[in-house]
Ligand binder design. Sequence first.
Ligand SMILES: [Zn+2]
Length: 482
Amino acid sequence: MIIANAAAALPGERDFRLVDIFMKGGKIAAIKEAGTRVDPGGHSVDPSLSADEEILNAKGLLAFPGAIDPHVHFDEPGFTHREDFTHGSAEAARGGVTTVIDMPCTSIPPVTSPRALEEKLSIIKEKALVDFAFYGGINGHMIPEDISGVIESLAPRVVGFKAYFISGMDTFPAVDDSQFAAAAQACAREGRPLLLHAEDPDVIAEAIKERASIRGSQKHQWIDYYASRPMDAEVAAVLKALKLAGQYAKNIHIVHVGTAKAAAIVSEKGATCETCAHYLAFDETDFARLGASLKTAPPVKSPEQKALLWHLLAEGQIGFVTSDHAGAPEYEKYTDDPLTAYGGIPGTGTLFPYLLSEGLFAKRLTLDRFLEATSGGAARRYGLWQAKGSLQPGKDADFVLVDQNHTGRIVSSNMMSKSTITPFAGMVLSGRIEGTFVRGMPVYASIRLAAALGKKGDTIVNEAGMILAQPGFGKFLTWGYR
Ligand SMILES: [Zn+2]
């Protein structure tokens, strides 16, 4: 297949270039200046092209490398009342995401042994619509002496390991200092990053006590939640983690940073971090309007922090942006108590569209930084760069076609995840995703593109678009995949 006349975001270029993308066997075979072999009308002008070569004329559309969302909770198996891999990966594709990396903690069993991993994989590989990889999990149930062996045995099958300094999950408790130090050393030895949920439990316990004394017996308000997880909790946790990791600090990756100071410290010490779209889009003042749909841990911070995070992302001190996709049904979300409402946003489908509109089009990010933030940064950090993360010959043909002239509202009923409770609903964004291709296959298409391709969806279809691939199409990826 040839994607002709697309304005493509190629690595190392300051602006889009009008090209034809030639694909073969799921890979990008070549990228040529537009017009050399296919004319602007989408007709072959090169006799060496076979007559039955399929040509999609992408005139007027932008082509980006498929986004990578390296932080999702697709909850399967074990918590599929919240999300499952088919719906989660459909929503990813709808949002231009072609590869996801699933967290080890929100499945039963958690991914803490090769056996548990193979069990989870055997279920998921029949369901995924986009490519996927796993993290292994390190938790408080483990004896420090065993951690090295766990990491060694899982490393060939995972692209990193995840631990928590504070956890709300009974099935996946937080690690203590000695467990974390042991994990940091073993991960460095195996060449896998150690990801950390960095909020300090002591700082939070103190803040909870303080809020309780102010609130008394009155009904909880949103401030009782977000004030109980202050910025200091993130800063203290990051400082402690980097200290415990010592010489292996560069191998630590801090997930979902909401506090700019924490991100700056991480960057200064040569470690890496991510933020999430919600920390860039919202702040504490939005809880009054959005309530439980905005609840995450850590919570969004002040308007000032939001602006600082954008700045650090533009400068490259924050490496990339993730969704921390975590949906939940209404009965878990709307508990009428800010402290018990389920924390998490089903955000994998709004991640790329949000950054495209508010990052690239709004000129907060250069094209180069946008590509790093949405695909390149994660591909490098998680050992997938040889085949993912940029539009280059030899790599997988993972890309997104975007109509930049379209402006529209995020509509919950167009989402494909199980939960559609999101603070992004109603937001107006520039740019609309017309198609998401994974290894050359159109996995998601808008109604318009599906008509151009002459295809009809059957797995999941709604008013805006449809899934064209079958569950099980998504491929399991490991470190060094090529
Ligand atoms: Zn998470």
